[in-house]
Design a protein around this ligand. Structure first.
Ligand code: GLU
Length: 428
């Protein structure tokens, strides 16, 4: 920031410091919550299909477990850094707290690019990660899940390795498992649907009918796809979606005046989620530079890709009619951009509230796995809606009452619960 390279952990700490000031947290609690409780750095040796050994750096960061076992995904990314994982683990703590589920915050990562790895090599990375972490994760201590570029298959390989090591079936180790193998119905939809539950509530508060709204979405992964589907079901129109193009190493924005069609785009998407530009043109889409997603003349922006996307540089280019930003991604908006958004009076549904549907459903999955009794999809989604709506209302009421920015209100609620748990346990 300020010309320096973007550091998500510094950003997470700056956001926390603001909440700590607001809550007048004592020095000890502040010091404890500013940094992770534990972090693990390790090497994962993998025999590649070529016969050569390649060593992949892996991480797990456990930010805080005062409210319950650590919870959070494992990312596979070629540019993963320990500071990204630290920031994400801290955001997981606030995420579980703001929706009031009895879990703490963790995050893991491996520096690797699944685009260039065979299924067998990916399996070895998953099993290697678990062999390094087997003593320090578990159903009662720290529960991993999928995240960027990891999926249900990766989770099942990890679970299998853990169960082999422990000689027992322990499906509560990990969430995001395949349905039928301990996974929960609704988990795939949960994050994207959760984002839209909060948007529905925000629209209700602003007195706007969903059927009169338009949106632009950054990202076309799992979160974006299900957010688009539910947003369309409640009557909204998605005019633009931007997507990463692996071959060109850049992103493109796909627009269609009548609204985009998720199934049509999925039909021309490769196995890594990239949309075929030429085929998109053939079926009536305009293909623009990816950054154009933010400039669309829409009511709602859904950043649902990665961190550091709405910045001091891009925020001034936001469409003039934007009323709501619903952060499906983790950390998409920098503090500098927050200042610009705040001045424009745009209603922000902050990341760790908007995208908490995934971990909330993971919590339901854990409950189901631990009790070996699986719920119907309607039950899962009904409970998810209740949790997300209650969390949204608590945050927006506080924001309104204290006349503060939604992100600050979410932080105040989340941090105060965690600080209280640390105090109650006698840690601070
Ligand atoms: N990786 C997701 C997140 O960032 C889900 C975490 C989980 O389900 O534990 O919220």
């Amino acid at each position: 920031m300020n010309g320096k390279a973007f550091n998500p952990f510094e950003m997470a700490q700056a956001q926390f410091d603001k909440a700590a000031d607001f809550l007048a947290l004592d020095e000890g609690t502040r010091e404890l919550l500013r940094v992770p409780l534990r972090e693990y750095h390790f090497s994962i040796p993998v025999r590649m299909d070529s016969g050569k050994i390649k060593v992949f750096p892996g991480f797990r960061v456990q930010h805080n477990d005062a409210r319950g076992p650590g919870k959070g995904g494992i990312r596979f990314h070629p540019h993963e850094t320990i500071d990204t994982v630290r920031a994400l683990s801290m955001w997981m703590t606030w995420k579980c707290s703001v929706v009031d589920i009895p879990l703490g915050g963790s995050k893991g990562g491996v520096i690797c690019d699944p685009h260039n790895l065979s299924a067998h090599e990916q399996e070895q990375i998953c099993r290697g990660w678990v062999r390094q972490m087997a003593k320090n994760v578990g159903p009662l201590s720290d529960v991993p899940a999928p995240d960027v570029m990891t999926n249900a298959q990766h989770m099942l390989w990890m679970l299998d390795e853990f169960e082999v090591i422990h000689g027992q079936r322990l499906p509560g180790l990990i969430t995001g498992k395949p349905v039928g193998m301990g996974g929960s119905l609704g988990r795939t939809e949960a994050t994207g649907y959760g984002v839209v539950y909060t948007v529905r509530e925000a629209l209700r508060e602003l007195g706007i009918r969903p059927e009169n709204t338009t949106a632009s979405v950054q990202g076309f992964g799992n979160v974006a796809q299900y957010a688009i589907r539910l947003f369309q079901q409640i009557g909204g129109k998605v005019l633009c979606v931007s997507c990463w193009d692996q071959a060109d190493q850049t992103s493109y924005a796909y627009t269609k005046p009548g609204g985009i069609d998720v199934d049509a785009l999925l039909g021309i998407t490769d196995r890594f989620g990239g949309i075929d530009k030429n085929k998109a043109r053939d079926i009536g889409y305009s293909v623009l530079p990816g950054e154009k997603w933010i400039e669309q003349d829409v009511d709602i922006l859904f950043p649902a890709a990665i961190e550091n996307q709405i910045t001091a540089e891009t925020a001034p280019r936001m469409g003039r009619n934007v009323k709501i930003i619903a952060e499906g991604a983790n950390g998409p908006t920098t503090p500098e951009a927050d200042a610009i958004i705040g001045q424009r009076g745009i209603f922000v549904i902050p990341d760790f509230l908007a995208n908490a549907g995934g971990v909330t459903c993971s919590y339901f999955e854990q409950v189901q796995s631990n009790s070996n009794y699986y719920w119907e999809k309607d039950e899962v989604l009904g409970k998810l809606d209740l949790k997300m709506t209650a969390a949204f209302i608590a945050v927006s009421e506080l924001a309104r009452k204290r006349k503060i920015y939604m992100r600050d209100a979410a932080y105040i609620i989340a941090v105060s619960r965690v600080a209280q748990a640390c105090k109650d346990r006698g840690w601070v």
